[in-house]
Design a protein around this ligand. Structure first.
Ligand SMILES: Cc1cc2nc3c(=O)[nH]c(=O)nc-3n(C[C@H](O)[C@H](O)[C@H](O)COP(=O)(O)OP(=O)(O)OC[C@H]3O[C@@H](n4cnc5c(N)ncnc54)[C@H](O)[C@@H]3O)c2cc1C
Length: 464
């Protein structure tokens, strides 16, 4: 008999899960947003705002409506938690399937990625710019938001999601959509409402099953990122740096970064190099660049009405973006992507209101400063000029929109989900989305979420 599976949240993880599971099971999707348009939930920030632009949205396809579809795996060696490292290792065989569902059009993402890393490492060695290795972020040129298979029963604009619990099993999921109330029988429930959405659903599940947890939402991490300086390379290596910065492979491009590992070995950050025209190192221009890059549609046009659009570095970005040409300059922006570990940040709900308590700790800033000094040391021998802010403050950094780690995973008693992504207190509830990514060094999380979704689909379908 086909299993009845309810998936809550139709974003990156939820869409991939629905589309995979519906081949062998009866799948119902409950999505808070509308099918073909997005809304931005109101988020109250206790301390630092995540970014000037929205980094999370409701609606079919979830945050894939906003994303850039860059694909990069989590590096095993960067993960400190043994439990999570095991989960990531088990998801490895699903890399190519996940990349293919995320618009990588060649046969094997893994092969392409391994080849790129080896090739770009060779270029970095020739430049003499060797830090702690290099990494490649692969962007398929053609991509869309994710769509749901027509065989899935889809309910949009859902509210008041509730659960009927029998012992340690959820038997029914209830909700409203429009004026109607729905009740859906479930053999399996999968929570995939994103790192900011899932804590609310899980809290309800814990309550209905007579449980509670202080850890829910408490580990929130993101990638603090920012443009932190400029570098003008020596003539002899400038051509090679242009090569290193971006590879165009026809149907995809690879943006390449140099990895920076902290002295304690716990943190791995990275730096990308993007062509620029001036050595100006102005935070207001960087913030504007980011605002323009991350906004779309009308918001982008509105943001275009600023005198800052005439700054040569912004013109260079626009030309590169519109015409796909890399400016043959020796000057590059340095884009720093930093790792956060779970600590003092959290996501929580005050009634219906979503609150995010995010900041960058003094310890993290100290690690980032040391790594930027290390980067300066790597660049000096091959550069004519380096204009880098190493004594960085948190004002230089904002969210890269890789919200993660709001649901603790592992074997410890305080962890809520086990290594099969099953909610420990209930026999038939799983969690799969950014919330269960426990660590992510500097890596965009989309591919990892996809790998985990495919691994979970196999697990759920195989279970008798
Ligand atoms: C501008 C931008 C660019 C990005 N670029 C990249 C990139 O290049 N590469 C990369 O890997 N990542 C990128 N990301 C991040 C990536 O989009 C997210 O990491 C990814 O979408 C997270 O997937 P998810 O399934 O965890 O959550 P989401 O995709 O956000 O999906 C969560 C879904 O759950 C729904 N939901 C929420 N609450 C409820 C509820 N109570 N009931 C029912 N449904 C609910 C939401 O409406 C949404 O559809 C980018 C993000 C942004 C904002």
């Amino acid at each position: 008999m086909r299993k009845k599976i309810v998936v809550i949240g139709g974003g990156l993880a939820g869409s991939l899960l629905c589309n995979k599971l519906v081949k062998d099971a009866d799948v119902t999707l409950l999505e808070i947003g509308r099918k073909n348009s997005i809304q931005y939930p109101k988020i109250a920030f206790d301390r630092k705002k995540l970014a000037e632009v929205a980094t999370f949205c409701y609606g079919g396809g979830g945050t894939t409506n906003l994303w850039h579809n860059g694909l990069i795996p989590l590096s095993q060696g960067d993960i400190v938690s043994r439990d999570f490292a095991e989960v990531v290792a088990e998801a490895l065989p699903f890399t190519d399937a996940a990349a293919s569902a995320l618009f990588f059009s060649r046969d094997s993402y893994s092969l392409a990625y391994t080849g790129l890393v080896s090739e770009v490492s060779g270029v970095a060695a020739r430049i003499g710019m060797v830090a702690d290795g290099i990494d490649c972020l692969v962007y398929p040129k053609k991509f869309n938001r994710l769509e749901i298979d027509s065989r899935v029963d889809e309910l949009y604009s859902v509210a008041k999601i509730g659960f009927v619990c029998d012992g340690q099993r959820i038997t029914t999921v209830t909700c409203t959509a429009g004026e109607r109330a729905y009740s859906v029988d479930a053999d399996v429930v999968i929570v995939a409402a994103g790192a900011l959405g899932s804590p609310k659903i899980i809290k309800e599940l814990l309550t209905v099953s007579g449980n509670s947890s202080d850890g829910l939402g408490a580990g929130f991490i993101d990638h603090p990122m920012g443009f932190v300086g400029k570098v003008r390379f020596n003539k002899e290596v400038a051509g090679l740096v242009r090569q290193l910065s971006i590879y165009d492979r026809g149907d995809y491009v690879s943006r390449n970064a140099i990895r920076l590992r902290s002295a304690c070995g716990r943190y791995t950050c990275c730096a990308f190099f993007r062509p620029a025209l001036t050595m100006d190192n102005r935070l207001d221009i960087y913030k504007y660049k980011s605002l323009l890059g991350a906004s779309s549609g009308l918001a982008r046009i509105r943001n275009g009405f600023s005198f800052k659009i005439f700054h040569p570095d912004i013109v260079a970005e626009i030309v590169a973006h519109l015409f796909g040409v890399t400016i043959p300059s020796r000057t590059f922006n340095i884009l720093f992507i930093a790792e956060q570990k779970r600590g003092g940040n959290r996501v929580y709900y005050d009634g219906e209101d979503l609150r995010v308590d995010w900041s960058i700790s003094a310890d993290e800033l100290a690690v980032y400063r040391a790594l930027l000094k290390k980067l300066e040391g790597v660049l000096r021998p091959v550069a004519e000029e380096v204009n880098l802010v190493t004594d960085i403050t948190e004002d230089w950094l904002w969210s890269a929109a890789h919200h993660s780690c709001t649901v603790p995973l592992g074997n410890s008693p305080e962890d809520l989900v086990d290594k099969d992504l099953k909610l420990k207190m209930l026999e038939n509830v799983f969690v799969c989305d950014g919330s269960i990514i426990q660590e992510h060094s500097y890596a965009n999380t989309g591919l990892a979420i996809g790998q985990l979704a495919f691994r979970l689909a196999r697990r759920v379908l195989d279970e008798k």
